[in-house]
Design a protein around this ligand. Structure first.
Ligand code: DCP
Ligand code: MG
Length: 411
């Protein structure tokens, strides 16, 4: 069968034009928008940082500050060692302006940027406060994709006043690598015929789905680049990394047919994790489920979601998927109840070998306040796909599961 499961002789589907837009050093750029005297100067934005203090962590640093080794997630005290406060010595060019995070202001700037993106594309997937995918296949063509992407950048710059980097490719994962490829102020276009050669030299750690742990494992196998990964035997990758191995191989080849879908409110929230082999110890399974329940509850709270149905998923060898769920009389946000119900549902599997366990809430309703949070930084569900080590939402497993279990719920 032809690539992508097409029947022989069927016409090839038109190659999509997908843009990934990622704002440059976003919080720092917002600070510059508000205070133009910061333009061209090193700027460090600190989370949990207060003016004049040394506590907190770097949320972002302008590219000028990055030259001195200041980077996201670093302690402010470390950043100060590398780049002292400008105020302490106003004449020292090797110093930076430090600002505390002002998320409300950044959310306003972000909303202005997103409004432009929605004007320019019918399909926009907002990923975080400073990042979105656009499917513009209907509006443009590969022959003029570069001009279109430049127009997107220019409109953001002119109308909002903050810089963006844009990647254009036939799919999401390649577009994301492209937007990151020439930051800041980047514009990288990867037409369909160039996807393989563009990806080949990319560091394996930058392949979609490869986190730091998996990158190390791949390097141990001598796989340093996306090209090495693409040239690897997919069966060996599956043997080593499970089904995820196939996905990694596909991504390295630039194959990714996920549609660009707007996010909206999720239908369910879930977490699952696999054991290292099968586990017979029911206590261990229960403990793991309690941890997952806690993570799901946290996610629900963060998204202002109430849930009415609580479910568990248990995978037993070889790959049999079992799901059980219970509906409550009304929607709740009660972490303890979530944990207890999940625990009870698991009781049935006492004495079984378990490879994987998952916890899920569904039948969600959303409280009205603070919807802005849904698209904000820290909303991590999108990052599930971006970091290999994260747990995959249970709902993604639906397609992989064999038939015959539909009555057990819709995990
Ligand atoms: N952020 C944060 N803590 C982190 C990473 C990021 O608070 N560990 C915040 C600050 C960033 C914003 O999220 O400005 C967007 O994240 P990005 O990863 O896109 O980083 P930047 O936009 O700052 O830089 P880049 O130019 O590399 O995209
Ligand atoms: Mg960014």
């Amino acid at each position: 069968m032809a690539e992508g499961g097409r029947l022989p002789g069927a016409p090839a589907p038109a190659e999509r034009v997908v843009l990934h837009v990622d704002m440059d050093c976003f919080y720092a750029s917002c600070e510059r928008l508000r205070d133009p005297s910061l333009r061209g100067e090193p700027v460090v934005v600190g989370m949990g940082y207060e003016d004049g203090e040394t506590i907190g962590a770097v949320a972002t640093a302008s590219y000028e500050a990055r030259e001195y080794g200041v980077e996201s997630a670093q302690a402010i005290s470390t950043a100060l060692d590398r780049l002292p406060r400008r105020r302490d010595d106003p004449d020292d060019p090797e110093s930076a302006h430090y600002r505390p995070v002002d998320i409300d202001y950044y959310a306003e700037v972000s909303a202005d940027v997103k409004a432009i993106l929605h004007e320019l594309a019918d399909t926009v997937r907002e990923v975080s406060i400073d990042e979105a995918y656009l499917d513009v296949t209907e509006r443009t063509d590969w022959s003029v994709a570069e001009g279109f992407a430049r127009h997107v950048k220019q409109r953001i710059e002119r109308e909002v006043g903050v810089p963006a980097s844009v990647g254009v490719a036939p799919n999401m994962s390649t577009a994301k690598i492209a937007s990151d490829h020439d930051k800041p102020d980047g514009l990288v276009v990867v037409p369909p015929a160039e996807v393989r050669s563009f990806l080949a030299p990319i560091d394996v750690g930058d392949v979609h789905g490869v986190g730091p742990v998996r990158a190390r494992e791949l390097r141990e196998l001598g796989i340093e680049t996306a090209g090495d990964l693409a040239d690897s035997d997919p069966y060996e990758l599956v043997e080593r990394f499970g089904e995820r191995g196939r996905e990694l191989h596909d991504r390295a080849l630039g194959r990714d047919d996920r549609p660009v879908e707007p996010r909206g409110d999720p239908k369910s929230l879930s977490r699952e994790s696999a054991f290292d082999g099968a586990v017979d110890d029911h206590e261990r399974v229960r403990e793991q489920a309690a941890t997952l329940a806690e993570a799901v509850a946290e996610r629900a709270t963060r998204r202002n979601a109430l849930y009415r149905t609580i479910g568990v998923k248990v995978v037993t060898p070889p790959y049999d998927v079992h799901t059980r769920e219970r509906s409550l009389p009304g929607p709740v946000d009660e972490p303890d109840l979530l944990r207890d119900v999940a625990d009870e549902l698991l009781g049935e599997f006492d004495g079984e070998s378990v490879r994987k366990v998952g916890v899920r809430v569904s039948n969600l309703s959303f409280t009205a306040d603070d919807q802005a949070k849904l698209g904000g930084f820290g909303d991590e569900s999108e990052r599930d796909g971006d970091r290999g080590e994260r747990d995959v939402p249970l709902s993604r497993d639906r397609d992989r599961r064999g038939g015959g279990q539909a009555s057990l719920g819709d995990f």
